[in-house]
Design a protein around this ligand. Structure first.
Ligand code: SAH
Ligand code: F3S
Length: 481
């Protein structure tokens, strides 16, 4: 049986795509290898959203050159966004790569690998499935469903923000029929999943002719709130529902109504803002102003008391002045984001912003990013500190890396409904993953909390082998606080 090793770079979509690759490979008789050295197939699932991620991929693939020289039968595959962006060129640029497979070509992966193993010449397959979009579901093995699972609802992006390569690497928007989404969620929940995270580049632009029409004729209105309602109604056993990432443009009044109506929706939304300056937002082609963003956030918060927000921000966009960077800092404070991801602008191929000079010096970008992180951390601290002494409902996701807790038990990681990470310790032999427990928060750290599980919750936990943790694959290259 051929053995595979998947190396993941980048965002949640890639983490989820890697799960789907594992799943299609396993369905064709491949098995997971214990190490890169023991693998017959190595897949690099790549990210090209910033230049650094792309460079990292090239250096990681480079490291496999000696192994390939030693074992020429080893199949090396580059998948994901760099594969889509570069296509055939990658085969010339990195001669020890055998296969290039775009995000929409995952279903073909096992066949292409077997062809390579039978001696076919190197091949690149990177075509969008625009005419007949395919959405692969990951089928959980019985008892192996993760506590929290990603479910794809759409792929691609039609926004074309001027800095972003995603519309070119992931193609135009295509939506998965809601019946298929509800079906996958029902199957996951039946297998033990408690929380689902809906995934899409602009997850709130969802459309499906099978759902009732949008609630108003506002052109930004979508059928996403109907999708949320359909999931809540048809999978009542689902404990928590999240989605990422919404585009502020589609965060309309009907989405706020869904938050007011549906208890299953988590009280936390990650909504990328990118900048707090109207001039920069316009040049980024974000299609909203600072005031509109704030209004949308306030509407969501008014719909659901205590709802928290996190965001993505780019510093050093072409032409961004110091004063405009300060406007972003003031927006972070004004909105009260509880956490944020910050990035230095990085020019990407095909994007409209290439026409603007990348004129903010690297040093200045670093300084703006450092100031942003300083404010971000201040906001996170101010949010987490008052939670000490409170009782929170926590979904346990699985044992933490390292495993052993200071009290002789096993360290576990979980999340509150508002996405705060909580570390707890469980006695040995008690299964935690997938359980929803009450935790008394005892400490706040920079980005997480620690707590003690309430004795009543603890006594209700089963003694059985733990469910699989969410991320079983190695993930590298993510950036954040
Ligand atoms: N819609 C996507 C966003 C994809 S990119 C989602 O669902 O998350 C993730 C983040 O990377 C963006 O929000 C943006 O902050 C950052 N980013 C994208 N292109 C970038 C670039 N050229 N330079 C720096 N940061 C970038
Ligand atoms: Fe990128 Fe903007 Fe779409 S950030 S993924 S083009 S919404």
């Amino acid at each position: 049986m051929p053995r595979f090793w998947v190396h993941t770079f980048g965002c949640q979509m890639n983490v989820h795509d890697s799960e789907r690759m594992e799943s299609v490979l396993q369905s064709q008789g491949f098995v997971a290898a214990e190490s890169v050295e023991a693998a017959d197939l190595v897949v690099f699932n790549t990210c090209s959203v910033r230049e650094r991620a792309e460079q990292k991929l090239r250096s990681e693939v480079g490291k496999l050159k000696p192994l390939k020289r030693e074992r020429p039968e080893l199949v090396i595959c580059v998948a994901g966004c760099v594969a889509q962006q570069e296509g055939e060129r990658l085969l010339q640029q990195i001669p020890h790569v055998d296969l290039v497979v775009g995000p929409d070509n995952i279903p073909e992966l096992p066949g292409l690998v077997l062809d390579q193993m039978a001696g076919s010449p190197p091949v690149a397959r990177a075509t969008f499935d625009v005419a007949a979009p395919r959405f692969l579901a990951v089928a959980p093995a019985p008892g192996q469903a993760p506590a929290s699972a990603y479910v794809t609802t759409m792929k691609g992006c039609d926004e074309r923000c001027s800095f972003c390569v995603v519309p070119y690497t992931r193609g135009p928007e295509r939506y998965r029929p809601h019946e298929e989404i509800v079906g996958e969620i029902a199957a996951l929940v039946a297998a033990g999943t408690r929380e689902v995270v809906l995934l899409g580049q602009t997850v709130d632009s969802f459309r499906d002719p099978g759902l009732p029409p949008p609630e108003s004729d506002d052109p930004d209105e979508s059928q996403f709130p109907h999708l949320l309602r359909a999931i809540a109604a048809r999978v009542p056993a689902l404990a928590r529902l999240r989605y990422t990432s919404p585009h502020p443009r589609h965060a309309t009044a009907s989405l706020a109504r869904a938050h007011a109506e549906l208890d299953v929706l988590a009280r936390h939304v990650h909504m990328p803002v990118q900048s707090g300056s109207d001039r920069v937002l316009r040049r980024m082609i974000r299609r909203y102003t600072r005031a509109e963003y704030i209004e949308r956030v306030r509407r969501l918060q008014a719909a659901r008391a205590g709802l928290t927000l996190s965001t993505d921000i780019i510093v050093g966009f072409p032409g961004e002045t110091r004063a405009e960077a300060d406007e972003t800092l003031s927006l972070v404070r004004e909105v009260g984001f509880v956490s944020l991801f910050g990035f230095k602008y990085s020019p990407r191929p095909h994007t409209p912003a290439l026409k603007l000079a990348d004129d903010v010096p690297e040093e200045e970008k670093s300084e703006r990013l450092a100031r942003l992180f300083e404010v971000g951390e201040e906001m996170t601290r101010a949010h987490l500190a008052p939670l000490v002494g409170t009782r929170q409902t926590v979904l346990l996701e699985g044992a933490s890396k390292g495993g052993d807790g200071p009290g002789g038990g096993v360290s576990h990681q979980g999340r509150t409904e508002r996405n705060e990470i909580v570390h707890v310790e469980l006695p040995r032999g008690v299964a935690g993953a997938g359980a929803i427990v009450t935790v008394e928060v005892t400490a706040a750290f920079r980005h997480s909390l620690a707590g003690v599980i309430d004795p009543v919750s603890l006594s209700g936990l089963p003694r059985r082998p733990a469910a699989a943790p969410r991320r079983s694959l190695p993930v590298v290259g993510s950036e954040g606080p």
